[in-house]
Design a protein around this ligand. Structure first.
Ligand SMILES: Cc1cc2nc3c(=O)[nH]c(=O)nc-3n(C[C@H](O)[C@H](O)[C@H](O)COP(=O)(O)OP(=O)(O)OC[C@H]3O[C@@H](n4cnc5c(N)ncnc54)[C@H](O)[C@@H]3O)c2cc1C
Ligand SMILES: NC(=O)c1ccc[n+]([C@@H]2O[C@H](COP(=O)([O-])OP(=O)(O)OC[C@H]3O[C@@H](n4cnc5c(N)ncnc54)[C@H](O)[C@@H]3O)[C@@H](O)[C@H]2O)c1
Length: 409
């Protein structure tokens, strides 16, 4: 049993910064330490592939809290300092340079890191990943100075960056291994709409391709070669090939790790005094009836509220449905719910897909599992209620924009 009264948060990102506030909001007035390895105080990442990248959003507006907040709330923010080990028996975390801190309860919010592209040349200068403000600064400079880029991976990073680059006037080639962009998340019916969006905006979209090598000269990238021999000349490559959760610390501490840190619906790990939230947490979801690891902003904002209450000994469970948003060119969308790849048997489209003003619903045995509204707003609550109701819906009405969604719940 720990005698120390401190709450310690490892990882000063979206979830870590939000958790510090949630602990204070929940009435915790003891010592509170937030430790992060980046040189920045916690910031939000969504603008890094959108407005900040395009130069329309200020750096300061990405901050989770204003700089004065940490002092005003007596939060000991330690940045530029990696935590290198956790000793659950001693209730202690070890930082670089031999420093340590003891905890009563610990939250691991270490997020995730870009998955390295496993091909020769991936370490050449001019090959960029996008996770941090510094990464976004580097790509922003590419958008200002280069005339063309190759993007590898047509997931959220790849597509949002492609949209920013096309908007900045660059020639853009996107190379995707799967048959369509966003195929795993959206399935072929809706993924095709995103493919058309980018082709219509002048992206050279190549799907179903295998990158063999990133070529270079003098240590700098000069092109990308595919397995079929085709080549794309470029001075800059952006890689968005997915992420891996940062589980090394948890595994080293003997916590159960399986596609992220395994936690229950209270966000408690296999150690009763250690919790996890955000991208790194593979949390049991009572509504979905299984563990899910959600790699999106809203999850990193909401899970810490539950984790903070649970750390303070309150009976708190997390059962919000996954939710995320994206903006690409003039398309804005929100997605609510969760569908495993191949986990649906019907897609219902409501509205005008050609004008990209519609809602897509994914169903299984007549029940709505997820919904995505594209350039249609204020429907998230209705979609959420429909999913939570778990009843079969009238699909003809669902497809009819004239039938109020509320009448289908
Ligand atoms: C460019 C970009 C755009 C995005 N856009 C959207 C969007 O439009 N909509 C959406 O829903 N989601 C979006 N996301 C996803 C969203 O930003 C993430 O889900 C969210 O940041 C996860 O928060 P987190 O706190 O779990 O992880 P992070 O924000 O990654 O924070 C984790 C922090 O922990 C630090 N850390 C790791 N290990 C250690 C250690 N050992 N010691 C100390 N510190 C450590 C990391 O350096 C990092 O600072 C985007 C992500 C990116 C990268
Ligand atoms: N709007 C949003 O919600 C948003 C925006 C940006 C980033 N993010 C988050 O950031 C993280 C990273 O995004 P991401 O786009 O890198 O991951 P992702 O998982 O969304 O997409 C990765 C894509 O890369 C493809 N790919 C993988 N290896 C490849 C290879 N060798 N060659 C070609 N294609 C390959 C995959 O098939 C997939 O389409 C995710 O967690 C994502 O949820 C979210």
């Amino acid at each position: 049993m720990a005698t120390n009264e401190a709450m310690v948060i490892v990882g000063a990102g979206q979830a870590g910064g939000t958790a510090a506030a949630a602990l204070r909001d929940a009435g915790f007035d003891g010592p509170l330490m937030l430790i992060g390895q980046e040189r920045e105080a916690p910031y939000e990442r969504p603008a890094l592939s959108k407005g900040y990248l395009q130069g329309t959003v200020e750096r300061d507006s990405t901050a989770v809290h204003p700089p004065s907040w940490y002092v005003e709330n007596d939060v000991d923010l330690i940045i530029d300092t990696a935590v290198v080990g956790i000793d659950p028996a001693l209730h202690r975390v070890w930082m670089v340079r031999g420093r340590h801190a003891d905890y009563r309860a610990l939250l691991i919010a270490t997020g995730s890191s870009p998955r390295p592209l496993p091909v020769p040349g991936a370490d050449l200068a001019g090959v960029h990943y996008l996770r941090t403000l510094q990464d976004s600064d580097r790509i922003r400079s590419v958008l200002r100075h280069d005339s063309r880029i190759v993007v590898i991976g047509a997931g959220w990073i790849g597509l949002e960056t492609a949209a920013a680059a096309r908007t900045a006037g660059l020639q853009v080639t996107v190379l995707e291994a799967a048959a369509l962009p966003l195929l795993r998340v959206l399935g072929p019916e809706v993924a095709e709409i995103f493919a058309a969006l980018h082709v219509d905006h002048g992206v050279d979209l190549r799907c179903g391709v295998q990158v063999a090598e990133i070529t270079g000269a003098g240590g700098h990238v000069n092109g990308v070669r595919l397995r079929d021999g085709s080549q794309f000349a470029t001075g800059a490559v952006i890689v968005g090939a997915g992420i891996v959760p940062n589980t090394r610390l948890a595994a080293g501490a003997g916590l159960t790790v399986d596609n992220g840190i395994l936690v229950n619906d209270h966000l408690r790990t296999s150690d009763p005094d250690i919790y996890a939230a955000g991208d790194v947490a593979n949390a049991f979801h009572p509504v979905l009836g299984r563990h899910v690891r959600v790699e999106h902003w809203a999850n990193a904002v909401h899970q810490p509220q539950t984790a903070a209450r649970a750390m303070l000994g309150h009976d708190a469970g997390y059962q919000r449905l996954p939710y995320f948003f994206s903006d690409q060119y003039d398309l804005g969308m929100e997605y609510t719910g969760h569908v495993e790849p191949g986990g649906y048997d019907q897609v219902v489209l409501r509205g005008d897909t050609d004008r990209r003003e519609f809602i897509a619903f994914w169903l299984r045995r007549g029940r709505v599992l997820a919904g995505m509204n594209v350039n249609v707003w204020d429907v998230t609550t209705a979609i959420e209620s429909m999913i939570l109701a778990g009843r079969p819906v009238d699909t003809a009405k669902l497809a009819d924009p004239g039938a109020p969604l509320e009448s289908l719940i």
